[in-house]
Design a protein. Structure first.
Length: 256
């Protein structure tokens, strides 16, 4: 597995994936390999993760995901083929803005194309319902940025993670590399100040799902989880132009 430890909002790194099936199916983590001069090995693991967890199963599954996702360094599995890419971005209002994807496009190989699938105010379940539109466009890479609206609405962690797991696995079953962006800092927003514990749990859960790429966004915030002034669009949540470009720069590590 290739690891980079970023020194600025432009760096990232990622480990490799375990597939997760739909509600009630087994999660089969298949063996994976990545190189940095020599091969590494991963053992297979299986869990039962229904969409509606009984409380004990939810607690166990959630703790396992968080345990696997404690590391906060960005992790990347580079594209196996450095040919032109078709990069789709699926998410809520931050993605709908479109500017981070435009910034990312400046890093892509010649002949690459991008497309935004952004749905303002939507939670992960609603965002996932648009996956068929993404698949119809046949991307090589899928950026997923979402979950803040679920936190703001008080939705259950287990449900949010289950929907993300299904989204990741469906995309990967179609041969698409999944790039998961950890939600950007939002403690300065009206609904974010008292949801920072939940935000950290969600971030750990996303890492624990082991998408192909994990993009950390914490460098865009201060030590209290608030988006930095130079990136703040004015409400403590939505990035301004500089913030959007910073996200694009962070994601670019996945294509280097």
């Amino acid at each position: 597995m290739t690891w980079w430890h970023p020194a600025s909002p432009t760096s990232n790194t990622k480990p490799s994936p375990p597939p997760i099936g739909s509600a009630g199916e087994k999660i089969e983590r298949s063996r994976w390999q990545s190189t940095i001069g020599s091969s590494e090995r991963d053992s297979a693991v299986s869990l039962q993760v229904p969409l509606r967890f009984p409380s004990i199963a939810a607690a166990v599954a959630g703790l396992l995901l968080i345990w696997r996702g404690i590391s906060g360094a960005s992790r990347v599995r580079p594209p196996t083929v450095p040919n032109p890419r078709r990069v789709a971005a699926l998410g809520d209002s931050i993605t709908a803005d479109g500017r981070y994807l435009a910034q990312l496009a400046t890093y892509l190989p010649p002949g690459s194309s991008t497309k935004v699938f952004g749905y303002s105010g939507q939670g992960v379940q609603a965002i996932t319902s648009h996956l068929s539109e993404v698949l119809a466009w046949a991307p090589t890479d899928l950026i997923v940025l979402g979950g803040v609206n679920d936190l703001a609405a008080g939705r259950r962690f287990a449900d949010t993670i289950a929907h993300l797991a299904n989204l990741y696995e469906t995309a990967r079953a179609h041969g698409i590399r999944v790039i998961a962006v950890i939600p950007t800092p939002w403690a300065g927003h009206t609904y974010g100040a008292d949801r920072q514990t939940e935000t950290q749990v969600l971030a750990a859960g996303i890492r624990g799902l082991r998408p192909d790429v994990v993009i950390e966004s914490r460098d865009m915030g201060d030590d209290r989880g608030r988006i930095l002034p130079q990136y703040d669009g004015g409400d403590g949540l939505h990035p301004n132009g500089a913030g959007q470009r910073a996200i694009g720069n962070l994601i670019s590590i996945a294509f280097k």
